[in-house]
Design a protein around this ligand. Structure first.
Ligand code: HCA
Ligand code: CU
Length: 485
C-alpha cells in the first residue's frame, strides 16, 4: 500500500518535470457502455491488471451506482495496489460519491451535464442550481479524502462563459482536474485546440483531461489537438469501445503520440496487441481487419509494386515499423502479386525455386486468384509442388494444420461466430456444417504451440461452447482441384 502510494507520488513528480502525457483508460467504464458489453468480475480484474502492466497512468474502473456487481469490481480493482490511479465515475450526488468512497478508489470523477440541452432536457435545473449541486458533491468527496476530477458533460456544447463558471466553482471546491468532454463527438482538431487553450487560460492553468467521442471518426485527432493545447490526460479505451461510435482508441493514441509527436506515453507497446485481443474476447466486439495498429491487415502489403518496394525498404509503404508492437509485416500473395512477392512468400514457406519456376508459380497463382477469392498458403504450396514436381510441404516451416470442430451455444447465431473466427490469425477457412458440431475451421500454423494458441482464441470467442481438434497428418487434393491447375 505504502509502496503503491509512493510510486504514484513519484509518477506525479516525474510527470510534472517531464511535461508527460498520461493515458486514462476507461475500458471498464466508458467501454462497458458499449451496446452488448458486460464484463464479468474476473474479466474486469484481468483487464485492469493488464492495463496496469501496459502502463496506463489512470484506470477508470466503473460507475459503482450501476449495480452491485460493478461496485464490487471497482472495489476489487481499487484494492489491487495497482501502479495506476484507480477512478470511480459518479454523478454529482452524495449517494454515488458514498458508493465510490466505499470502494476505496484514489479518485472520483464527478460528472454533470452543463450544456443548455442537458440542463433543460435532463435536469430541468437552472445554471445556478447545477453549479450548487456540483460544488456540494465535490466538497463532499474532498472532505472524505479522495481526489476529485470534475467533468462538465457535453462541455463542447456548453456556453463558454458558463463552462468557465462551473469549472471554476468545481476547482474552488477542491477538484484538481477538469475533463473536457466532447460527449457527442462534434469537435474538429481546430475547435478542440481552441477550446482547450481557452479553458487552460481562463482556468489559470488548471490540469485538463480530454475525453473525445468518435461519432465523426475524429476522436484520436481531437484528443491529440487537445493535448497540444495543454491537456495532459487523454481518455482512451481498448479498441475504442464506448457509447455509440466509442472514444479514442488506446493503441491509436499511444502510437500517434510516439511516432508522430515524439511523446512517450510511458506504456509497453509490445503488449498492446495482446491487450486488444483480450478485450475483443471479453467484450465480444471484434475488430475489422483494417483497424489501425492492431487489425490483422495493419502491416500487410498486397500490390506487387508495394511489395517489391517494401522488400527493398519497408519505410516505402509503412508509417512506422511494426516491430515496436512486436508485430511483423505480412506479404499477401494473390493475383496482385509479382515475382518479388511470390519469392518472398516462398522463402517464408521454406521453398527454394529458380527463376523459371518462380515465373511459372507466379503465373499459376494469378490464374487461380482469378477464380478463387482467397489464396492461402496451402494453395501456394500446392502450386509449388506441381511446378517443382516434388513434395514441398515437409520442407515448410508452416507445418501444422488443424481441423477444429466448434459447437456453439444454442442461443447464438452461427454466422456471427464464424465472422469472428475467420479473423483469428492462421484461420484459412471456416464452414458452417450440419451435425454434432456447427462449424468446421481449417487452421494453418507453424507448430503445435501456435495451433494451441489458435484453438484457445477460437474457444475464447463468446458463444463458443466447446471444440474438438484433429491434426492433419496428410493432405490430398481431390479431382476437382481446389489448388493449382
Ligand atoms: C457520458 C459521460 C462521459 C463522461 C466523460 C468524462 C461523456 O455521457 O457517459 O467523465 O470525462 O462522454 O461525457 O463519458
Ligand atoms: Cu464518454
Amino acid at each position: 500500500m505504502f509502496f503503491s502510494g509512493f510510486s504514484k507520488l513519484m509518477d506525479f513528480v516525474m510527470w510534472k518535470m517531464g511535461g508527460k502525457v498520461i493515458l486514462l483508460d476507461s475500458t471498464l467504464r466508458e467501454g462497458e457502455q458499449t451496446p452488448g458489453v458486460s464484463f464479468t468480475m474476473e474479466e474486469k480484474l484481468e483487464i485492469a491488471k493488464m492495463l496496469d502492466d501496459v502502463g496506463v497512468g489512470m484506470i477508470e474502473a466503473g460507475s459503482p451506482m450501476v449495480s452491485e456487481g460493478v461496485k464490487e469490481a471497482v472495489k476489487k480493482i481499487a484494492n489491487e495496489s495497482l501502479r495506476a490511479e484507480v477512478i470511480a465515475h459518479v454523478r454529482a450526488v452524495k449517494e454515488d460519491v458514498d458508493l465510490a468512497l466505499d470502494c476505496g478508489v484514489d479518485r472520483v470523477a464527478i460528472f454533470m451535464g452543463t450544456s443548455p440541452i442537458h440542463r433543460k432536457a435532463k435536469f430541468k435545473l437552472s445554471e445556478k442550481e447545477i453549479i450548487e449541486k456540483v460544488v456540494k458533491a465535490v466538497e463532499y468527496a474532498r472532505d472524505h479524502g479522495v481526489k476529485v476530477r470534475f467533468t462538465p458533460e457535453d462541455a463542447t456544447r456548453t456556453e463558454r462563459d458558463y463552462l468557465v463558471r462551473v469549472c471554476s466553482a468545481a476547482l474552488e471546491a477542491g477538484a484538481d482536474r477538469i475533463s473536457v468532454a466532447d460527449t457527442v463527438g462534434i469537435m474538429t482538431p481546430d475547435s478542440m485546440y481552441e477550446l482547450v487553450s481557452f479553458l487552460s487560460q481562463k482556468l489559470s492553468g488548471a490540469r485538463l483531461d480530454v475525453h473525445c467521442h468518435n461519432d465523426l471518426g475524429l476522436a484520436v485527432a481531437n484528443s491529440l489537438a487537445g493535448m497540444k493545447a495543454g491537456a495532459d490526460v487523454i481518455h482512451v479505451t481498448v479498441n475504442g469501445l464506448g457509447e455509440r461510435a466509442g472514444i479514442a482508441s488506446l493503441s491509436e493514441v499511444a502510437v500517434a503520440l510516439k511516432v508522430l509527436m515524439g511523446i512517450d506515453p510511458g506504456i509497453k507497446f509490445h503488449l498492446l496487441t495482446e491487450l486488444s485481443s483480450m478485450v475483443e474476447r471479453y467484450s465480444g466486439v471484434y475488430l475489422s481487419p483494417h483497424t489501425p495498429i492492431i487489425g490483422t491487415n495493419a502491416f500487410s502489403h498486397k500490390a506487387g509494386v508495394h511489395i517489391a518496394a517494401v522488400l527493398a525498404d519497408p519505410a516505402t509503404y509503412e508509417a512506422f515499423d511494426p516491430s515496436i508492437l512486436g508485430r511483423r509485416r505480412k506479404i499477401v500473395v494473390d493475383r496482385y502479386a509479382g515475382k518479388h512477392a511470390v519469392k518472398a512468400k516462398l522463402d517464408e514457406l521454406g521453398v527454394e525455386v529458380d527463376e523459371e519456376q518462380l515465373e511459372k508459380i507466379t503465373k499459376k497463382i494469378k490464374e487461380l486468384s482469378d477464380r478463387k477469392k482467397r489464396i492461402e498458403n496451402a494453395d501456394i504450396l500446392a502450386i509449388a509442388e506441381k511446378v517443382l514436381g516434388r513434395n514441398v510441404r515437409g520442407e515448410s516451416p508452416e507445418g501444422v494444420m488443424g481441423i477444429v470442430m466448434v459447437k456453439v451455444e444454442s442461443h447464438v447465431y452461427t454466422t456471427n461466430i464464424i465472422r469472428r473466427i475467420i479473423n483469428i490469425p492462421g484461420v484459412e477457412s471456416a464452414f458452417e456444417v450440419s451435425g454434432d458440431y456447427d462449424i468446421v475451421v481449417y487452421v494453418q500454423t507453424r507448430d503445435m504451440s501456435e495451433l494451441n494458441e489458435r484453438i484457445e482464441a477460437i474457444r475464447g470467442v463468446r458463444g463458443v461452447e466447446r471444440t474438438t481438434t484433429k491434426i492433419v497428418l496428410k493432405k490430398f487434393d481431390g479431382q476437382n482441384k481446389i489448388h493449382g491447375t
